[in-house]
Write a protein that binds this ligand. Structure first.
Ligand code: GLU
Length: 451
């Protein structure tokens, strides 16, 4: 069976770094096996879902180049959920309940007060047909619960957490549908996973107890409707937390827009999120296929993965230093060619900084003030430059000639030249920079510094 994974965001907001990580891992899991990765928009909640977020989600995935092989939308599949609902109801696995939120809360408190787990008491199951009809006639609309098989011990072999077991009797029958007919997440998700041939469900560990419940839904759905389908494998990864060790508000709102603004490359995000929380080292890997090849759920740890902005910045710089001209050409300042990119690239932490450094080539540059002896030295440099044949090796030739003529070496030889030619004490390799500055500008800058 073709490995098929899905990323299933609810379009109620932008993707944050935790969602991006889940999307990435699902994409890598599928790509590694030559399989399919689906984007499933979980938009059954019409009141909170917004089209604008659907578009932003697509845009962000495209920017990250985590391209889905297909897209599905839950809002277009309501009839299918209805049919699945009918089939499960027919099979005696769905029942109506009428308790209000306040009543349920009271039951919960009473149970907790008695030192019992707050499991739904199934009072609605003992309503007779007449009682149900009466309530409906009186204008009460039921919500709907899925009836768990309390006799079962639910077990699965989790791709990250290993053997998992739940006693079904310790779980509440989940509400799957609201009184207004709208769907909660549980049932539509299980229906879709079967319908779309999802082989692997990989998601955050906040879904572990949902999986226990959904396993019984899968079994019931397969028996009632999907005899040709199989239950997917499950894996739950530890959540992503901030450096301070908790799921911070900041992390929950940190997304692609902020990364783009900060000049973070998609490749840096991928390199970090692919390996964070695993036993594999986080490295500035630009080649996605290398990340995909080494992706391995068995290397995922159980402790929360710690996201650190400073680590992302470091990784970004290391990634920028490896990017080819062709990959960045469209984002570089006018006139900056491949040689310019190569000269300046090692000094960058973001591609955006290139225009700042490119200004050293195109000018104007601020000429710092020099001591008398340096001014004389720079006048000598100008004169020497005029006698040399301009070539790609001009920096080497110039400094060699000046060393011989003036006896200077080391810092006194190089630094006044760098400062006169670029206006700064540090920067790109002068050997690469001077040919880009060109003869005319170089002579003018030396002249001005010597004046
Ligand atoms: N829409 C659900 C969520 O965002 C999907 C969970 C899942 O992957 O099954 O939590």
């Amino acid at each position: 069976m073709t490995v098929t994974t899905r990323f299933a965001p609810s379009p109620t907001g932008r993707l944050h770094v935790g969602n991006i990580r889940t999307a990435l891992h699902n994409w890598m899991l599928a790509k590694q096996a030559g399989g399919r990765f689906l984007l499933r928009i979980d938009d059954t909640d019409a009141a909170r879902s917004r089209e604008e977020f659907v578009e932003i989600i697509r845009y962000d995935l495209a920017w990250l180049r985590i391209e889905p092989d297909g897209e599905e939308r839950q809002s277009a599949r309501l009839e299918i959920y209805e049919a699945a609902f009918d089939a499960l109801r027919e099979a005696g696995r769905i029942y109506p309940a009428f308790e209000s939120a306040q009543e349920l809360e009271l039951k919960r408190k009473v149970a907790l007060g008695r030192g019992l787990p707050p499991i739904y008491d199934r009072a609605a199951l003992s309503l007779s047909d007449e009682e149900i009809a009466e309530k409906k006639a009186g204008g009460e609309a039921p919500h709907w619960r899925f009836k768990l098989d309390h006799g079962e011990r639910i077990e699965w072999d989790d791709g990250v957490r290993g053997k998992q077991a739940f006693d079904a009797a310790q779980l509440s029958d989940p509400v799957i549908r609201r009184a207004d007919g709208s769907w909660l997440y549980m049932l539509p998700s299980a229906v879709d996973d079967l319908d779309m041939g999802i082989t692997d469900v990989l998601r955050g560990e906040d879904h572990v107890s949902n999986t226990a419940v959904q396993i019984q839904m899968f079994t019931a759905l397969i028996a009632a409707r999907y005899s040709s389908q199989q239950m997917p494998r499950f894996a739950h990864e530890a959540l992503l937390v901030g450096r301070e060790g908790k799921l911070s508000k900041r992390l929950g709102s940190l997304g692609c827009d902020a990364f783009r603004e900060r000049g973070i490359e998609p490749e840096a995000i991928l390199a970090l999120l692919a390996r964070l929380g695993t036993s594999q080292p986080v490295e500035p890997i630009v080649d996605r296929s290398a990340l995909i090849e080494t992706f391995d759920l068995a290397t995922f740890g159980r402790a929360p993965a710690k996201f650190d902005d400073a680590e992302l910045d470091r990784l970004n710089a290391a990634i920028v230093h490896q990017l080819d001209y062709a990959e960045v050409a469209g984002r570089l300042p006018d006139g900056m060619d491949e040689a310019g990119w190569h000269a300046i690239r090692p000094n960058l932490t973001t591609v955006g900084e290139a225009s700042d450094w490119w200004g050293l080539v195109t000018g104007p540059v601020d000429t710092p003030a020099f001591e008398d002896d340096d001014r004389a030295y720079l006048a000598e440099a100008k004169a020497t430059l005029n006698t040399l044949e301009w070539s790609p090796e001009i920096w080497r030739d110039l400094t060699a000639a000046l060393k011989e003529r003036t006896g200077r070496k080391g810092k006194p030889l190089f630094l006044p030249l760098r400062r006169a030619l670029t206006g700064r004490d540090h920067g790109p390799d002068m050997g690469e920079l001077l040919p880009l500055i060109g003869q005319e500008r170089a002579v003018r800058r030396l002249d001005r510094a010597a004046a």
